[in-house]
Design a protein around this ligand. Structure first.
Ligand SMILES: [Zn+2]
Length: 266
C-alpha cells in the first residue's frame, strides 16, 4: 500500500511538471520545451525541473540571472499531487484514476494559459477535443452519439454567443466612436465549449456551460461591485471566461463521482 501511494504521488508530481512546462512554453513557441528560465531562457538544471523541488532547494533562482521560478509551478504540482492521491483513494480502479486525472490535467493546462495570457490555444484545444471524442465514444455510459452531440451543442451555442459578442462590441464601438478591441468571447472560448461538450456529452453539456456562465456572471458582478466601491469601475471590462467554464465542466464531470463526493461531503 505504501509504495503504491508513493507512485501515485510521484505520478502526480510528474504531471504537474509536464503541465507547467507546457503552460510556460506553448503560448510563446507553440512547442513543448524543457523547463527553462522565463527571463533569460537558460535551461533549468534537472533537479530544478520541478517547481516544488526548486522552491525547496537553492535551485529556486536562475543560476544565470537570478530570476525566481514562478510560484505558479509549486502550486500546480501540489494541486496535481492532491488530485492524483484523492482520485486514487476514492476510486483505485486504474483506468478510472488515469482517465479522471487526464481530464483534470487537460483542463488545468487550459485554465493556466487562459489566466496568464487570456488565450485558449488551438494546439491545446484541438488535441483535447480529439482525446475526449475518443474516450467518450468508448465509454459505455456516454457512447459515440451523446459525446459528439455534446461537442456540437457546445460549439454551436458558443459560436452564436461569439457572433453576438462581436456585433455588440462593434455596436458599442460605433456609439462611442472608438473600436473596442476586447470582445466578451474569443474564438478560443468557442473551442473550449466544444471540448467541454465532448468531455461531459449530451445532456451534461447544458448543465456544464450553464454553471460556467452563472459562475462567470457572479464573479463579474462581485468584481463590478468592488470596482465601483473603489471608484475604478469601467464598463465592458472583459473577464476571462475559460476558468469559469472549466469549473462548470469539472462540476458536471465529477458529479456523482466518489472523489468529489468525498471532498465536498455530498
Ligand atoms: Zn535566468
Amino acid at each position: 500500500m505504501v509504495p503504491m501511494i508513493l507512485l501515485i504521488v510521484i505520478f502526480g508530481l510528474l504531471l504537474g511538471v509536464l503541465i507547467n512546462a507546457a503552460a510556460s512554453s506553448l503560448p510563446s513557441s507553440r512547442m513543448l520545451q524543457k523547463p527553462h528560465c522565463q527571463a533569460c531562457g537558460v535551461p533549468r538544471r534537472p533537479h530544478a525541473w520541478s517547481g516544488l523541488l526548486a522552491w525547496l532547494s537553492p535551485g529556486r533562482d536562475c543560476a544565470y540571472c537570478g530570476t525566481v521560478v514562478p510560484v505558479r509551478e509549486p502550486i500546480v504540482e501540489l494541486l496535481m499531487i492532491s488530485a492524483s492521491v484523492i482520485l486514487y483513494l476514492t476510486d483505485p480502479q486504474f483506468l478510472h484514476w488515469l482517465l479522471d486525472l487526464a481530464t483534470v490535467s487537460i483542463f488545468t493546462l487550459i485554465m493556466i494559459i487562459d489566466l496568464e495570457h487570456r488565450l485558449i490555444l488551438h494546439i491545446v484545444s484541438v488535441p483535447a477535443a480529439i482525446y475526449f471524442a475518443v474516450v467518450g465514444s468508448l465509454d459505455s455510459s456516454l457512447g459515440v452519439s451523446r459525446t459528439l452531440i455534446g461537442g456540437l451543442i457546445g460549439f454551436v451555442f458558443f459560436f452564436l454567443l461569439y457572433v453576438l459578442g462581436a456585433f455588440f462590441a462593434r455596436w458599442i464601438g460605433r456609439r462611442r466612436g472608438a473600436e473596442i478591441d476586447e470582445v466578451a468571447f474569443g474564438f478560443g472560448d468557442v473551442m473550449l465549449a466544444m471540448v467541454i461538450g465532448l468531455a461531459v456529452g449530451f445532456p451534461g453539456v447544458f448543465g456544464a456551460l450553464l454553471r460556467g456562465i452563472i459562475l462567470a456572471g457572479v464573479f463579474s458582478f462581485l468584481y463590478m461591485v468592488v470596482m465601483v466601491v473603489r471608484k475604478q469601475y469601467e464598463a465592458f471590462t472583459p473577464i476571462p471566461y475559460g476558468p469559469f467554464l472549466i469549473l462548470g465542466a469539472l462540476w458536471v464531470y465529477f458529479r456523482g463521482d466518489p472523489a468529489i463526493e468525498a471532498v465536498l461531503g455530498y
